[in-house]
Design a protein around this ligand. Structure first.
Ligand code: DMJ
Length: 469
C-alpha cells in the first residue's frame, strides 16, 4: 500500500497527529491525553507497577530465555547467535525496586543456571557493557548474590581485550570466545561509557584493571578534544583521528559526558570532575542556544564551534537530568520545558526534530526514557509538582499510544500512530523505573548514595567504598 491511501485511512479514522503542510511545531496545537483513572501519587505508583509487571509477564511467557520480547507477534528476538538474556538481566533491579522480590529471585536463579558468555560470537562492547554488565552489577549490589558477580567478572574479562588498541580506546566489537576485537570507527559514547560498570567491578573484586582500562579510554578520548574543548561524533580508535567533526550532545556522544560527571560522583575521581567541569562550560558556550524562549543544543563543528545543524534528538533529553544532578537548575528547567512542549505537541518525543524549521525529521518512538529520567531528577531536586504532572502525561500517552492488549510496543511512526513489533530492554531498566520512581517516596532510592548508569542500573557509593577497603 502506498503511503497516501494509508495516510488517508488513518486521518479518516482520526488516529493521526500528522502536522499539516502549513503547520510547524511553533503553531501546532497542544494535544490532549485524557486519563480518567485516579492520579494521586499512590495510585499512579500502583498503576505503573502493575503495567510493568503485566509486560514483564508477557516477556516471561513468550520470550523467556531470549533477549527481547516482540510484543505484537508475541515471539522473541535475540541480538546474537546465542541469547544473553538481555531483558531478564536488565529487569532485576527494577523488579526489586518495585517489590517483586520473588520474581527477581526466580530470574536470578534462571540467569545463574543459563547465562553463559563462552560463545563464539561478536558483540558490541558498549551495548553489552551498559545492558548486561550494568544489569548484573546492579543486581549484585542489591542482593549480594555472588553468582551475579562471578558472571559479571567473566563477562568483563571477555570484553577487556577490546581495550588493547594502539590508543587505549576500545574497539567497537569483541568475540566473547576468541576475544578477538575489531571495529576501528567509534564514537565518544562507545569509547567513554565504561567507567561506572568497570570501576564498580574493580571495587567489588579488588582488581584495578577494569577501572584503569575504562579510565584510560576516557582520558585518551578527552585528550583528543579540539582546541576549543569539543569532541566530534566519529573517531578512528587506531589512528586517533576524527572522522566526523560534528559535535552535539545526542546519541553517540551523550553518555561520554554523563560518565565524566557520574564517575566523579561515584568514585570521587578528581580528574573526571575536572574533565566534566571543562566540558560543561564548552557545551554551554558553543552548543546551547535559546530560540523563541526555548533552550536547545545545536550540532556544531568541533574545531570552530560553527553551527552545522539545529537538530534535537530525543536522546538529548538526558541533559536536563544531568544538569539537575550538577546543580544547574536554571538550564535544566528550561531544557525540560522545551522537551515537554514538544512532547505535548506530538504525543511523545520522536527520534529527531529540526528546531530551525520546527518540523519532525524522523518520527519513530522507541519508548525511550530520557525525558522521564529528567523529570524524575528535577522533581527530586525542586519538589515541584509540575514534574508530577509531566509524569502523568507521559504515562497517559504511553498507555494510549503504545499499549496493546498484551504489552507495550514501540511506534514506527509517532505521527501516524503505527505500531512496531519491538520492545527494547531499556523499557524495563529505565523507562518504567524512572516513571515509577517519580511517584515513589524518596526513600525508595537514596540519591546521595546511588548513581544510576546510563542504562538506569544502580551503583551504590556506600557499597563500592566498603568493598575497596
Ligand atoms: C539507553 O540504552 C542508554 O540510555 C543509552 O546511553 C542511550 N539511550 C538508550 C535509551 O534511549
Amino acid at each position: 500500500m502506498s503511503l497516501n491511501p494509508l495516510l488517508i485511512s488513518l486521518l479518516a479514522a482520526g488516529v493521526s497527529n500528522l502536522l499539516t503542510p502549513s503547520q510547524t511545531l511553533d503553531n501546532a496545537p497542544v494535544l490532549t491525553c485524557v486519563d480518567e483513572q485516579p492520579k494521586d501519587k499512590a495510585s499512579m505508583q500502583g498503576r505503573i507497577r502493575s503495567e510493568f509487571f503485566r509486560t514483564w509477564r508477557v516477556y516471561k511467557e513468550h520470550a523467556w530465555g531470549h533477549d527481547e520480547l516482540k510484543p505484537l507477534s508475541l515471539t522473541h528476538k535475540d541480538w546474537h547467535s546465542a541469547p544473553l538474556l538481555i531483558t531478564a538481566v536488565e529487569s532485576i533491579d527494577t523488579l526489586l525496586l518495585m517489590g517483586f522480590n520473588d520474581e527477581a529471585q526466580e530470574t536470578i536463579e534462571y540467569i545463574s543456571s543459563n547465562l553463559r558468555f563462552d560463545h563464539d560470537m561478536d558483540v558490541g562492547v558498549f551495548e553489552v557493557n551498559i545492558r548486561v554488565l550494568g544489569g548484573l552489577l546492579s543486581a549484585y549490589q542489591l542482593t549480594l548474590d555472588k553468582r551475579l558477580l562471578v558472571l559479571a567478572k567473566d563477562l568483563a574479562d571477555r570484553l577487556l581485550p577490546a581495550f588493547d588498541s594502539p590508543t587505549g580506546m576500545p574497539y567497537t566489537h569483541v568475540n566473547l570466545k576468541t576475544q578477538k576485537a575489531h571495529g576501528n570507527q567509534s564514537n565518544p559514547a562507545e569509547i567513554g561509557s565504561y567507567i561506572l560498570e568497570f570501576g564498580a567491578l574493580s571495587r567489588l573484586t579488588g582488581n584495578p584493571i577494569y577501572f584503569d582500562k575504562a579510565k584510560r579510554a576516557l582520558v585518551k578520548l578527552y585528550g583528543r578534544r579540539s582546541e576549543i574543548g569539543l569532541v566530534g561524533s566519529k573517531i578512528d580508535i587506531v589512528t586517533g583521528k576524527w572522522i566526523d567533526t560534528t559535535s552535539h550532545i545526542g546519541g553517540g556522544i551523550d553518555s561520554y559526558y554523563e560518565y565524566l560527571f557520574k564517575a566523579a560522583r561515584l568514585f570521587d575521581d578528581k580528574e573526571c570532575k575536572s574533565m566534566w567541569e571543562e566540558s560543561k562550560e564548552v557545551i554551554k558556550f558553543y552548543l546551547a542556544e535559546e530560540r523563541k524562549g526555548r533552550l536547545w543544543h545545536a550540532h556544531v563543528h568541533m574545531d570552530t564551534g560553527e553551527r552545522v545543524h539545529r537538530y534535537f534528538s530525543s536522546l538529548d533529553a538526558f541533559m536536563a537530568g544531568l544538569l539537575t544532578l550538577d546543580g544547574n537548575l536554571d538550564d535544566a528547567k528550561k531544557l525540560q520545558a522545551t522537551y515537554y512542549e514538544m512532547w505535548t505537541k506530538l504525543g511523545a518525543l520522536p527520534e529527531s526534530i529540526d528546531y530551525d524549521a520546527m518540523r519532525v525529521l524522523w518520527d519513530p518512538f522507541l519508548l525511550r526514557p530520557e525525558i522521564i529520567e529528567s523529570a524524575f531528577y528535577l522533581h527530586r531536586a525542586t519538589k515541584d509538582t509540575l514534574y508530577i504532572r509531566m509524569g502523568e502525561r507521559f504515562f497517559c500517552d504511553l498507555i494510549q499510544r503504545c499499549r496493546s492488549e498484551e504489552a507495550f510496543h514501540a511506534l514506527s511512526s509517532l505521527s501516524l500512530n503505527l505500531s512496531e513489533d519491538q520492545l527494547e530492554s531499556f523499557f524495563f531498566s529505565e523507562t518504567m523505573k524512572y516513571l515509577y520512581l517519580l511517584f515513589a517516596s524518596e526513600s525508595t532510592v537514596d540519591l546521595s548514595d546511588v548513581v544510576f548508569t546510563t542504562e538506569g542500573h544502580l551503583m551504590k557509593k556506600s557499597m563500592l567504598r566498603a568493598s575497596s577497603q
